[in-house]
Design a protein around this ligand. Structure first.
Ligand SMILES: Nc1nc(=O)c2c([nH]1)NC[C@@H]1CN(c3ccc(C(=O)N[C@@H](CCC(=O)O)C(=O)O)cc3)C=[N+]21
Length: 300
């Protein structure tokens, strides 16, 4: 058996198309252009590439993109002052502060200084609490994208056994909340979980988000299960030549694809849908800010 490949790149394109449609309607009917501000502190090369790609896609769907690049030694006060300015700027509907921040900056303090209504990452404690209690919130982009792909593939998720491997605030915990909201039986497993292999083997849905290259092998996967691989790990690839690297997920793709019913590849799986959901969240935030109907099919 070979798994269906869940094509995140193609799915992300359909989400972006929907976003672009909503953006065009907002412009035409309400004379509003949604705006996304991205704040990058420091010059981490991977972050720069990622921020550039977000900015490009933001403009492609017709929104305004505001990029703020700050020096690596920016003070907390200066960063908080910028966020305060963006909070009160009516042309900015979404604010994303690229993580991780340099060590001298308090990440929790910074994130919690963002207006929750503009917190398109869904990391503010208010949004975390709203999601946990099933109230309307901004939902973190990666888990939202995973949920969209799972719903698209399965229709209803009700009653399915879901195992989330990883307990981070940005993926594992919100993913578990969303799956619970769709009536899955949810287990959050992690590196200290006893008999991790057996726990994962129970799952109809496996979401791997630990950040360890190829940690989940195919013999942990139940036959026919759906595997969502959130990991994006760059590893050495001497077979491609000296000094070359390649991207792998948290799942060992080949062995897992041999038993799974469906699987997301890396690259081209969860990564692209994450950025598409960032754009979706920005449109959602813009509609809410203006008292307009929420876009269809773009929220949890
Ligand atoms: N506040 C904040 N929010 C984030 O959402 C956030 C962040 N900080 N910090 C960094 C991580 C990383 N991240 C990625 C999203 C998409 C791809 C992506 O599209 N990857 C491509 C591959 C790209 C390549 O070839 O290198 C893929 O998986 O197909 C990668 C990485 C969001 N992050």
């Amino acid at each position: 058996m070979t798994a269906d490949i869940i094509d995140g790149k193609a799915f992300a394109a359909t989400v972006r198309e929907k976003v672009a449609g909503h953006v065009a309607r907002l412009k035409e009917e309400n004379d509003i252009t949604p705006g996304l501000a991205v704040v990058l502190v420091g010059e981490d090369p991977a972050s720069q590439v990622y921020v550039r790609s977000k900015g490009k896609q933001t403009v492609e769907v017709g929104m305004n993109s505001y990029e703020h690049k700050l020096e690596v030694d920016t003070s907390e006060d200066d960063l908080l002052a910028l966020i305060a300015k963006l909070n009160s700027d009516p042309s900015v509907h979404g604010i994303l502060v690229q993580l991780p921040l340099p060590k001298h900056l308090d990440e929790d303090l910074v994130i919690n200084s963002i207006d929750p209504a503009k917190d398109v990452d869904g990391f503010h404690i208010s949004n975390v609490g709203l999601l946990g209690t099933g109230q309307k919130s901004m939902v973190p982009c990666t888990p939202l994208g995973c949920l969209m792909m799972l719903r698209d593939y399965h229709g209803s998720l009700s009653g399915m056994d879901a195992v989330v491997v990883g307990r981070s605030n940005i993926v594992g915990k919100p993913m578990a909340q969303l799956l619970l909201g769709d009536s899955c039986t949810v287990t959050i497993a992690h590196s200290r979980t006893k008999d991790l292999a057996d726990v994962v083997r129970r799952a109809d849905i496996v979401v791997a988000a630990v950040g360890r290259p190829e940690m989940v092998p195919g013999d942990w996967i139940k036959k026919g299960a759906t595997v969502i691989d959130v990991g994006i790990n760059r590893i050495d690839a001497p077979e491609k030549g000296e000094g070359k690297t390649r991207l792998v997920g948290d799942v060992h793709y080949e062995s897992a694809a041999a038993v799974a019913g469906a699987i997301t590849p890396v690259p081209g799986g969860v990564g692209p849908i994450t950025i598409a959901c960032l754009l979706a969240n920005t449109v959602t935030a813009c509609c809410r800010a203006n008292g307009l109907a929420e876009p269809d099919g773009l929220t949890a």
